[in-house]
Design a protein around this ligand. Structure first.
Ligand SMILES: Cc1ncc(COP(=O)(O)O)c(C=O)c1O
Length: 431
């Protein structure tokens, strides 16, 4: 049977041999400095954790590189405090992919708020964050050495999630700045044809990270059709589904078809839409029974705690609170985005318009000494060292062209975000 020939689950469920070679390559930076290895972190994140832990003697550190929504804690905190009447069952062993009760609460909540229809609790698997879901899902879907298509620029963490222990290779589908990095079927065709390894799946982030854009139902339908023709799985990472603040509504891939079928899988987590990345709760939605069963078989090693399931379950069971929270969360994202983009405009800093997520992409190509990755790196370092502002460089997002930087506007309060933009403007004006 050829790799893409109708077999829905083909990964051999061998012992997951930890690939120490993959980890070793993260132990030294290009400049020979010792790096953290648990988990393997890119340089911009190493700088982030180092600078967050050690307050600068001169200028306060402004982290604009972390996709976190820090604008909503005052909304979450009282509700979380109300959900602390923990039952004994929450302390005990339960289904490793989440208790039946939590999965029922989830299907109701997701059907009502963003999936467009209700799935069965048996079609949901809860794990410790979207990262764990992706890692285990891809372990189930593909074998070491196989390829996964990822449009770029992309969320930087997919490489760690898929390549470290799963030993897959991400085959980038480089989108072009000439049309705002649109994903096209021509681009997908090209990447599939040119890949020297069998392609098992396509992984799409919708809404897009780092572009902060939403896909229309027609665009989603095109992606689904393309993947059907290519006979590969398609995973929609919809982790920012509720964090949409622009004119266009979010459409889940599940709302585009009456059934998503056995080769389409959805990933979501509380990390972004509920500002709770530290709680480590993510989930898979799939109509493929064999895939859910295989994820279940591996779930013991990446469970979400019973306490967290109880807390989040109670929170999302309160429809009126959820609706009020989501409304206010979107309003705050929009107002922070408007403030930051107004300041970018004043500073004449070009950027790509966003309508979802916590970030936007700056186009700093004209500020590069030359159009190279080295020049991009030097500009990123200069912003960090001169004004203590950390952006995500495009290279970390595996962008196909140097000079683009992701700026997270919700990771700090609006005043600090504006201060960050003003500091960036100050450096760019000197170039
Ligand atoms: C698109 C996307 N997927 C997955 C993740 C990882 O989420 P989690 O913290 O739930 O593992 C992130 C985090 O930034 C993300 O942006």
């Amino acid at each position: 049977m050829s790799p893409n020939d109708g077999d829905i689950v083909t990964s051999t469920y061998n012992v997951a041999m930890f690939n120490t070679n993959n980890l070793k390559k993260h132990q030294l930076s290009a400049r020979g400095e010792k790096l953290l290895t648990s988990p393997p972190l890119p340089e911009y994140l190493q700088e982030h954790f180092a600078r967050s832990a050690k307050p600068a003697s001169t200028q306060e550190y402004i982290p604009m590189c972390i996709a976190e929504n820090r604008l909503v804690w005052d909304l979450l905190q009282p509700k979380m405090a109300d959900c602390r009447d923990v039952p004994h069952q929450a302390l005990c062993y339960d289904a490793m992919i989440g208790s039946q009760r939590f999965r029922e609460q989830l299907t109701r909540f997701m059907g009502r708020t963003f999936l467009g229809r209700q799935f069965e609790p048996e079609q949901v698997a809860v794990l410790a964050g979207a990262g764990s879901v992706l890692e285990i899902l891809f372990h189930v879907l593909a074998d070491p050495g196989e390829g996964v298509l990822v449009p770029t620029p992309s969320y930087a963490g997919f490489w760690e999630d898929l390549e470290t222990r799963d030993e897959l290779t991400i085959v980038p589908v480089h989108c072009s700045s000439s049309d705002g990095f649109r994903l096209t079927t021509e681009g997908l065709d090209r990447a599939l044809e040119e890949s020297c390894r069998p392609i098992r799946a396509l992984l799409v982030t919708s809404p897009n990270n780092p572009l902060g854009t939403v896909y229309s139902p027609e665009e989603i339908d095109q992606i689904l059709l393309w993947a059907e023709n290519a006979r590969i799985h398609v995973i929609f990472d919809e982790i920012y589904a509720l964090s949409v603040f622009g004119q266009r509504d979010f459409s889940s891939c599940s709302s585009v078809r009456t059934s998503i079928g056995e080769r389409v899988h959805i990933v979501w987590a509380f990390s972004k839409d509920f500002g709770a990345s530290g709680l480590r709760c993510g989930l898979l939605v799939s109509e493929n029974e064999a895939v859910v069963a295989a994820v279940d078989a591996l779930a013991y090693w990446a469970c979400c705690s019973g306490d967290t399931q109880f807390l989040l379950g109670e929170m999302i069971a309160d429809d009126a609170w959820v609706d009020g929270y989501v409304r206010e969360m979107k309003t705050r994202l929009a107002s922070s985005y408007d403030l930051v983009t107004a300041h970018l405009g004043t500073g004449d800093i070009p950027f790509l318009r966003a309508e979802a997520g916590f970030f936007l992409v700056l186009d700093l190509r004209t500020y590069l000494a030359e159009q190279t990755w080295d020049a991009e790196y030097r500009l990123w370092r200069r912003l960090l060292e001169e004004v203590n502002v950390n952006l995500t460089p495009g290279s970390a997002c595996h962008c196909g062209e140097p000079g683009f930087f992701r700026l997270c506007f919700a990771s700090v309060d609006p005043e600090r975000a504006v201060e960050g933009v003003d500091r960036i403007t100050g450096v760019l004006r000197k170039l």
